[in-house]
Design a binder for this molecule. Structure first.
Ligand code: KG4
Ligand code: ZN
Length: 322
């Protein structure tokens, strides 16, 4: 079964073609990062306009790359939520037009399920699964007892972890989006600054990152006022250690409570090397538990993951009539 995926929920315009949920025949991603860089964040209306400008070209590129025609596509899968409403609308309308014109069924996919299913490109799924979804907009712990069965165990009460990374990066004067650069800097530093490690209730799978973010920003501002030197690499390492410790601890706790056979890390922050290393170390102490991350190109937003998620949703008969 050949699925064409469309993703425009934020600042990536992407169309992908995936066979049987496993084999990526094309994954074209046009990133708007350079466009939003001067504003230090995504400007929604600007994002929508660039999706409009690029999407037809990205559709054509994907078909060309896969060496397929529209008539070869069995299913169209499009991100329908969550995301920037204008950006989503561009992808949805284009996907619907393509599906209608070529008489192909269409399926609407939740973006976060796409992040989770990016892991299917790496490995089969072994249920029950605990999935840690960490992106610029979300931080969630999800229990999956079967394909397309999602139970949210916990989520952030305030900032998403990627958002905290990006704000910390901005205050440190790093390029946008800061997550990747804070990660690079952290690997050159050592844990030295005491920062708040927020677990909320002991039994809660919810997260909170705004206090941690503010503590880092306050340290930087205070040192500027006092004209004191801060070691930014050590500060990045301290921030990263605290942020990833909470993420990993809660994931392991959930894996033990629900007897998980498989732990999945998903979303843009799944590219973080501190998180990968700590998670590998802790999961190695849980006998028989499989751990997967998407490969780097499928951590951040892409349509391949939407095609995979759409494929599994289709197998569960969750299509909707146009
Ligand atoms: O999943 P994604 O592409 O978009 C959303 O759905 O939000 O995630 C983007 C987020 C950004 O906050 C970005 O800074 C963060 O992922 N990110 C990282 C790393 N690479 C990307 N954060 C920490 N370490 C990284 N290596
Ligand atoms: Zn995303």
């Amino acid at each position: 079964m050949i699925v064409l995926g469309v993703e425009t929920s934020c600042d990536e315009t992407s169309v992908a073609i995936v066979k049987d949920g496993k084999q990526v025949l094309a994954n074209v991603v046009f990133s708007q990062i350079a466009i939003h860089e001067e504003f230090g964040g995504v400007v929604p209306e600007v994002a929508s306009r660039h999706h409009v400008g690029k999407l037809t070209f990205v559709f054509e590129q994907a078909l060309q790359q896969a060496q397929l025609n529209a008539s070869d596509i069995d299913l169209v899968a499009v991100t329908s939520e969550p995301g920037l409403i204008g950006s989503l609308l561009v992808g949805i309308i284009s996907a619907e037009a393509f599906a209608l014109a070529n008489n192909i069924p269409i399926i609407y996919v939740n973006h976060l399920t796409g992040h989770i299913y990016a892991n299917y490109l790496e490995s089969d799924f072994y249920f029950p699964i605990i999935a840690l979804v960490v992106s610029g907009g979300h931080t969630e712990l999800v229990l999956m007892r079967d394909h397309y069965d999602f139970e949210i165990l916990g989520k952030t009460m305030d900032d998403a972890v990627g958002e905290a990374y990006d704000k910390v990066g901005r205050v440190m004067g790093l390029p946008y989006p800061g997550g990747k650069y804070v990660d690079q800097l952290a690997l050159q530093g050592t844990f030295r600054y005491q920062l708040p490690l927020v677990y909320l209730d002991k039994d809660s799978y919810n997260f909170s990152f705004s206090g941690l973010k503010s503590a880092v920003i306050n340290l930087i501002n205070q040192s500027k006022m006092k004209n004191e030197e801060l070691n930014l690499a050590d500060l990045a390492a301290s921030f990263q250690t605290v942020a990833t410790t909470v993420l990993v601890d809660k994931t392991i706790q959930a894996a033990q409570e629900y007897n998980a056979k498989h732990i999945i890390v998903a979303g843009g922050v799944a590219a973080n090397r501190g998180l990968r290393n700590l998670m590998k170390e802790k999961v190695s102490q849980l006998p028989g538990v499989v751990l997967t991350f998407p490969s780097f190109e499928y951590c951040t937003d892409n349509a391949a993951m939407i095609a995979v998620s759409g494929y599994f949703k289709y197998l569960k008969n969750q299509t909707r009539n146009l």
